[in-house]
Design a protein around this ligand. Structure first.
Ligand code: SDX
Length: 421
């Protein structure tokens, strides 16, 4: 017989706390009345054991290496759909029929241009400014151009606001890149689909027109789909937290971009490439493995380990396979792929990594593919943000669509007792 309650005995008093079960059998103890009833709070500093919400968007099984968006396995989605279709699926919980897809694509086209006044903002950033900082700043600046998109107004025009963000952020990203290399910006074209439009804005130039390679466009769709959502990760939690104060959508998403830029989170894809290059120069994998194991050394094996996956990240498996296929197709010999494979192999022989279930995560192979299709290293995390946008907006929408409270955790105070000045 399935238990409906958990019993907690504190100072001789018994408390019955309801047990919650998810669609796939995950179980939780509902402690939402714990403090009122017992004056105790639960303590879980990085929330590794704490559920923050109910969600119908993404399901991850960290033990089995399963990732599903709205019930569809990630492997099926990358095989059969384009990024725009998956973005629609995340936002509306259903696959678009041809009419819905056309309408969504038309909105993406309609909102691909940013306000021309924003273009001049780029001229004020220092050369070589970190593209994620530019992106977060520019997305926040959108809130000065579209100020009324908050939880209330959002309900009426979620589609338009989501399409505007998903489309304009792609333009902002490409403009940030062009600015960083001192090339004239390339405007979006209405005749190109989402990924081809992005690559054209990135690599077209007055002296050398860009010819989209269908294979590269297919790979880019796959990369964006793989990054599109991942339930309550750090940046999505930032979006839900900031959004819970009814901040407008653009400033909320800007917070997500900033959280993602951290090297422990989305910034890891760039850190992986820097690590692989250092190994290539220093040539000694063993040394890096020893450093990763040394508690006194802050070095960590970038692209390895995950809070939820205690087996191979299913996205890393897709990326590893695609790496080989793409490099072969493009006739590229990338020594960093060989080093990555060697590093992965080496960890499988080390108890330290085995005992801690440390496997490659989504960031371990993605950089090698970005490099192969011409994306510069300091844009890798921007690519992650482009993919993650529909996920962030879907979680924001899921939260604002239902009665929600401002996120405000408690703490255990360990400071000074009352004292006189
Ligand atoms: C992403 O949450 C998400 O879903 C994120 C993400 C998404 O799609 O949104 O999947 C994207 O952010 C992927 C992760 C990218 N980051 C990295 O690759 C950076 C390197 N990885 C680590 O910093 C770490 O694995 C984290 C941050 C990813 C997870 O950290 P946790 O869950 O807090 O793990 P932990 O620090 O508690 O580690 C447990 C043990 C520790 O050793 P002990 O104290 O038990 O002896 O494993 C060790 C850690 O020192 N460990 C590592 C390691 N990762 C964990 N040791 C060496 N190298 C590593 N990479």
């Amino acid at each position: 017989m399935e238990e409906k309650f958990a019993k907690l005995i504190i100072e001789g008093k018994e408390y019955k706390l309801p047990i919650i079960k998810g669609t796939e059998g995950e179980k939780a103890i509902d402690i939402s009345t714990l403090r009122t009833e017992s004056s105790y709070i639960a303590f879980d500093p990085s929330f590794g054991n704490t559920g923050a919400c109910f969600s119908k968007i993404t399901y991850i099984d960290g033990e089995k290496g399963i990732l599903r968006y709205r019930g569809f396995d990630i492997e099926d989605l990358v095989e059969n759909l384009r990024f725009v279709e998956v973005a629609y699926l995340l936002l509306y919980a259903r696959l678009p029929n041809p009419k819905q897809l056309q309408h969504f694509s038309d909105m993406l086209t309609e909102h691909s241009l940013m306000h021309e006044d924003m273009r001049h903002f780029f001229d004020r950033f220092p050369r070589g400014a970190y593209p994620m900082s530019i992106l977060a700043t520019m997305v926040n600046a959108l809130s000065t151009f579209y100020p009324n998109v908050d939880a209330q107004s959002m309900k009426e025009n979620v589609g338009r606001s989501a399409a505007r963000l998903i489309s304009i952020v792609r333009t902002l990203a490409a403009f940030a890149y062009k600015r960083s290399v001192g090339e004239p910006v390339v405007y979006p074209r209405n005749d190109l689909e989402y990924c081809a439009n992005f690559m054209n804005m990135m690599f077209d130039s007055p002296v050398k027109p860009y010819e989209p390679d269908p294979e590269i466009i297919k790979i880019l769709n796959m990369l964006l789909i793989l990054h599109a959502d991942h339930e309550q990760n750090c940046s999505t939690t930032a979006v839900r937290t900031i959004g819970s104060a009814n901040v407008n959508l653009y400033s909320t998403i800007s917070a997500g971009i900033n959280a993602l830029s951290g090297p422990l989170h989305g910034g890891a894809n760039q850190a992986v490439m820097q690590m692989l290059k250092r190994i290539e120069k220093g040539g000694d994998i063993k040394k890096y493995l020893e450093r990763a194991k040394d508690k006194k050394d802050s070095f960590r094996l970038m692209g390895f380990g995950h809070r939820v996956y205690k087996t191979y990240d299913p996205r890393a498996a897709v990326l590893k396979k695609s790496c080989h296929k793409l490099l072969k197709r493009l006739k590229i010999e990338d020594p960093l792929l060989d080093i990555a494979m060697e590093l992965e192999e080496a960890t499988l022989r080390e108890d330290y990594f085995i005992e801690r279930n440390l496997y490659p995560n989504v960031d371990f192979y993605s950089g090698i593919i970005y490099r192969a299709i011409g994306i510069p290293e300091d844009m890798f995390t921007v690519m992650f943000a482009l993919g993650r946008l529909p996920g962030w907006i879907s979680h924001w929408k899921e939260m604002v669509d239902q009665p929600h409270k401002i996120v405000r955790p408690r703490q255990i105070y360990t400071g000074k007792r009352k004292r006189k000045l």
